[in-house]
Design a protein around this ligand. Structure first.
Ligand code: WT7
Length: 630
């Protein structure tokens, strides 16, 4: 499929993808290496929550990420690895080297009893071995379940047991800024409650002393020496499982989202090349961790299947100082930089000199993902990082969708700050009202659903298809429900307004917390904001804002008034916060999501049972917030 090169060709591809999806996706899929072609492109029934793409097509995703690039690109860099400590050397891994390492690790897994269909838990830092591990699983048809290395033993236990993992890949420890985290000891604690795990393979990274359990634990370095580096790829059906990735649900138990081989490969590759307009030999950097879907789809599978140069960063944005990202961009002459709004806002807090000391002119395209980006952060990013020249690609998607759904196409889609803009080809969004009616016009606001399947959508929740059906296909029968609210403006552009559970209804008016936050963030003294609703006698719900300022405010009430007036000006008097609490931090998960559940409880004046706060990045902010509650 020809890559989109103009707005007219976007309109043309989009139209074709809607009018004849099977023909459209056949054309996209024909660009890959299949051992055998599919018998049917698409079979689906959203009432049963069943979708199959490229049925009976046979392939191995690693042949598409590795083998097929070797004749032309064996010596081209596949992965640039940048370590946590800037004084340690970075590593360039060519496609040939990556291929050899993946084959060796694949053989290591086989030698340790892993076969096609077995589940392997990967609990590792951002080191090259984690990429080898994921691709090695894919090579032999084992199903990887990557658990973010910031999760605790309790989270590991749930995930390992739910998937019934047989083997765990981990490392002695992980670097995180100036800290060392003992990953192996967390695994040891978890495995006391994980009866399915027979083997643990431990890579060396921090050289920390770890306990090795005889009969269960072995060293990666020893094991890879025992095997050869040639490993034929397992032939997989397009609908065989590629991986499971857990995402949090509204009930406590995480949902194991299941992604399959064929459609996932086709869609992540297509969207990567389309949205970023990736050009051969460009250096692309996605700052996510491989523990999240962004790392799966847009550090590894999408870029590697496209033969790209993908940068993997072990460190954090704030160490050794707040200029670390900008330093890495200069050092590796990064062309495409993809990060999260939460990172942008925290770096924005630092003096601009941290940005200015680096040469960022290699940048061509910027991206964001994970939450609605407020306009103020969008502009800061666009102006200070992109020098006003790089488009900001605000990609809306989910763990469940596998790849980008609504996103600008670099240098082709007209941008609007804070808008994810237009659906990519193949994606048919629908805006629904509360009664389940589709709002067909432009200039509407409602809940975002998707009308038609796309190749990389999750197929089920591992072991619980009923929950999959209930969560995503029952709210609006016949449609996939995203859980997000959105606005479609007069031009058909989409703005994601946040999760619908974050919608506040004030005096009968429907308001997205993200929208109010974005307005408050416009105040020059404000760095970041979280808004929640709380019960209000007259209005139904009142608006409670938790506000972080660059500097602790001297005259709190004066600032409160300014903020209220600003919100009234930007959105309307109805959106004025009733209560404003100044805080120094917000309760965030390790992936940067604000835990609104906690903020809502405090706003309600009920601090007796805040639930589990152990998964927070910094649980101590909760005490401060409780103490300062208004
Ligand atoms: C939820 C999915 C997609 C990978 C990272 C997060 C929110 C994501 C955007 C965006 C506004 C966004 C949505 C979505 N979200 N990207 N560009 N603009 N909101 O994956 O953890 O599965 O979260 O993140 O609310 O439903 P996830």
């Amino acid at each position: 499929m020809e890559i989109i090169h103009s707005f007219a060709s976007y309109i043309d591809q989009y139209k074709r993808s809607i009018e004849n999806p099977e023909e459209f996706w056949t054309e996209v899929a024909n660009d890959f290496h299949w051992r055998k072609n599919w018998d049917s492109v698409l079979e689906w029934d959203f009432h049963k929550a069943e979708v199959q793409w490229f049925k009976d097509g046979k392939l191995n995703i690693t042949e598409n990420c590795l083998d097929r690039h070797l004749p032309t690109c064996a010596n081209q860099t596949a992965i640039i690895w940048e370590p946590n400590d800037p004084s340690e050397a970075s590593i360039h891994i060519t496609y040939q080297e990556l291929y050899v390492n993946v084959c060796r690790v694949a053989n290591m897994l086989k030698a340790n009893g892993i076969q096609k269909g077995d589940r392997v838990c990967i609990y590792m830092p951002m080191i090259p071995e984690v990429a080898y591990a994921m691709l090695a699983c894919a090579r032999i048809g084992a199903v990887h379940s990557v658990v973010f290395a910031g999760f605790s033993a309790g989270s590991l236990i749930d995930r390992i047991n739910d998937a019934g993992c047989k083997l765990v890949l981990t490392s002695d420890g992980a670097y995180r800024g100036d800290k060392v985290i003992g990953l192996k000891s967390i695994i040891d604690e978890a495995l006391e409650k994980c009866p399915t795990v027979e083997r643990v393979i431990v890579a060396k990274r921090t050289m920390s002393r770890v306990a090795m359990k005889p009969g269960r634990d072995v060293w990666w370095n020893d094991e890879v020496k025992k095997v050869t580096d040639s490993c034929a790829a397992e032939e997989m059906d397009a609908e065989d499982l590629l991986f499971i990735l857990y995402t949090s649900g509204s009930t406590g138990k995480p949902k194991g989202m299941v992604h399959t081989c064929g459609g996932y490969m086709v869609f992540t590759n297509y969207t990567f090349r389309t949205a970023f307009q990736y050009q051969e030999r460009q250096v692309y950097w996605c700052t996510a961790d491989v523990g999240w879907i962004t790392g799966h789809s847009y550090i590894l599978y999408g870029p590697l299947s496209a033969g790209a140069i993908t940068l993997m960063f072990e460190g954090i944005p704030s160490w050794p100082d707040m200029g670390r990202f900008w330093h890495v961009i200069e050092k590796h002459r990064v062309n495409i930089f993809y990060t999260a709004p939460t990172a942008i806002r925290s770096l924005e807090k630092a003096p601009l000199s941290f940005v200015k000391q680096y040469d960022l002119h290699s940048l061509k395209v910027l991206g964001t993902v994970g939450e609605p980006i407020n306009e103020e952060a969008w502009h800061w990013y666009h102006e200070n990082i992109g020098h006003g020249k790089c488009p900001v690609i605000d990609t809306w998607w989910q763990t469940e969708t596998g790849g980008f759904m609504i996103s600008p196409i670099a240098n082709i889609t007209k941008l609007k700050p804070a808008y994810a803009t237009l659906p990519l080809p193949g994606i048919q969004p629908a805006v629904m009202d509360e009664n389940g009616n589709e709002l067909l016009a432009n200039g509407v606001e409602g809940r975002l659903a998707i009308r038609f399947p796309w190749p990389s959508m999750a197929r089920t929740i591992y072991g619980d298809h009923q929950r999959f059906k209930d969560t995503y296909f029952s709210t609006f029968p016949g449609k996939y429900f995203t859980g997000d609210g959105c606005k479609r403006d007069d031009e058909g552009y989409y703005r994601i307004t946040g999760r619908v559970d974050d919608i506040i209804i004030v005096s009968g008016h429907n308001m997205g917390t993200a929208e109010i936050e974005s307005a408050i963030d416009e105040h020059s003294a404000v760095c970041e904001t979280a808004v929640v609703g709380y019960p209000h006698d007259i209005k139904g719900q009142g608006i409670y804002a938790y506000v972080i300022c660059y500097d602790r405010p001297h005259e709190e009430d004066k600032l409160r008034n300014e903020i209220r007036e600003l919100v009234a000006k930007i959105i309307g008097p109805i959106a004025k916060p009733d209560k404003i609490q100044f805080v120094s931090g917000l309760p965030k998960t390790r992936s940067g999501k604000i835990m609104r559940r906690i903020l809502r409880k405090v706003a309600e004046g009920d601090t007796s049972n805040l639930g589990d706060v152990t998964t927070l990045l910094d649980p101590s902010v909760v005490d401060e917030i409780k103490a300062g509650a208004i």
